[in-house]
Write a protein that binds this ligand. Structure first.
Ligand SMILES: NC(=O)c1ccc[n+]([C@@H]2O[C@H](COP(=O)([O-])OP(=O)(O)OC[C@H]3O[C@@H](n4cnc5c(N)ncnc54)[C@H](O)[C@@H]3O)[C@@H](O)[C@H]2O)c1
Length: 368
């Protein structure tokens, strides 16, 4: 069992990571619980594939678990679904000593965390991620929330879990495209902070792309270690945690422009990371000439898209810049970009001229 600590003072917790950890979830989380009742929040797909195993593991540790499900997918991440989960809390008699588990991808984790943050003004919360994206990113760090008419992820709470239990073998049942999209976030950690991890990915990209268990376990453990460092440094994203948004400002604009249907989140982020490199180059900030090629190579080996195709690239670039202004990471009306300086080092830059940002977007769009 690998244990990665997240050091947050009295809100500190451990990430427990091992093949087969799902079958030990009950004993792993029991020390952090007071009551015996647990509500498991999971989408229907995850509940069908892996729910029985989790319930059995919880029961084996003497816990009383009830599962509450919702329709899989982003559209379910709403206050309306949270309301149904609160009704399930009431039916299961979840009180202030009890706990809620988010079991599934980022949607389940974000939703369950928000439900736990609000139910009785806050009950204990556990994350058991089942997608690669959730294992390497969303289950660690305490950002929870739902989408609303005002926008994606604008309503939510910081709610740190009591523990995160990761069984990396669960990615085996994932849709391969969803799995590969998660690799964009793994790649991101190497670029922003860890050249050794980046080098490891270059050595094991093929094993990782094929989701070979040892490679997945190592990539998840290293990603969690890096995410835990950012969270411990800057829990509420006042500074350095923003580096995790590398490629994301561009990526969010691409997702919005393409109606959240053409690209998965990680795919849009991958294209966005290339645009960030272009912007860094244009601004004379990139000091490592080999970085663009090495990043491109990994994106290719992870079989992620490199460009956005559009009928009118110039018009699309203009529209993408407009979307940037709506990104929630905008501070004081300024869009901030995370730009690479060299492998393992990024910086934040804002106050850029519209034409400069437009040119960076255009660099990643081909006519088609
Ligand atoms: N809180 C954070 O810090 C943070 C960070 C990044 C992303 N997010 C959020 O995460 C969400 C995206 O997460 P996601 O990509 O995991 O999406 P998701 O939760 O919708 O899961 C994707 C799909 O995979 C299925 N699935 C999950 N695990 C499976 C498994 N082991 N086998 C087979 N199918 C499985 C799900 O049923 C779903 O259909 C977004 O809402 C995003 O805003 C949050």
């Amino acid at each position: 069992m690998t244990t990665v600590p997240v050091a947050l003072g009295e809100r500190s917790y451990d990430i427990h990571l091992a093949p087969g950890a799902l079958d030990h979830a009950g004993t792993l989380i029991a020390p952090r619980l007071a009551g015996k009742k647990i509500l498991v929040v999971a989408d229907e797909t995850v509940a069908r594939l892996h729910g029985a195993r989790l319930i059995q593991a919880l029961q084996a540790a003497g816990l009383q678990a009830t599962i509450a499900t919702f329709t899989a997918g982003e559209p379910a991440k709403t206050v309306a679904t949270a309301e149904r989960m609160w009704a399930a809390c009431a039916a299961a008699k979840i009180d202030r000593t009890d706990a809620i588990i988010g079991f599934g991808g980022g949607v389940s984790g974000d939703l369950a965390g928000f439900v736990a943050a609000c139910w009785m003004r806050g009950v204990r919360f556990i994350q058991i991620p089942t997608t690669l994206l959730a294992m390497v990113d969303s289950s660690v760090g305490g950002k929870t929330g739902v989408n609303s008419a005002a926008g994606k992820n604008l309503v939510g709470a910081f709610k740190q879990p009591e523990a995160v239990v990761i069984d990396p073998t669960l990615v085996a049942s994932m849709d391969p495209r969803e799995y590969r999209a998660g690799l964009a976030e793994v790649l991101k950690y190497g670029v922003i902070r860890d050249p050794v991890f980046f080098g490891w990915q270059e050595a094991f990209a093929d094993e990782l792309e094929r989701a070979e268990p040892d490679a997945v376990a190592h990539a998840v453990a290293e990603s969690c270690r890096l995410k835990a460092w950012y969270v411990a440094e800057d829990e509420t994203e006042q500074g350095v945690r923003a580096h995790l948004n590398y490629g994301h400002t561009f990526g969010h604009a691409i997702e919005r422009e393409t109606g959240y249907t053409r690209f998965l989140h990680g795919e849009a982020v991958g294209i966005g990371m290339r645009m960030a490199v272009d912007l860094a180059r244009r601004q004379g900030r990139l000091t490592e000439a080999g970085l663009p090629r090495r990043q491109d190579d990994l994106l290719r080996r992870y079989r992620l898209p490199l460009v956005l195709t559009a009928r009118d690239p110039a018009a699309t670039a203009r529209a993408l810049v407009q979307h940037c202004a709506l990104d929630k990471k905008v501070a004081n009306g300024q869009t901030r970009f995370v730009l690479p300086v060299r492998l393992g080092q990024v910086e934040l830059l804002d106050g850029l001229a519209v034409e400069v940002v437009e040119a960076a977007f255009l660099s990643g769009i081909v006519q088609g």
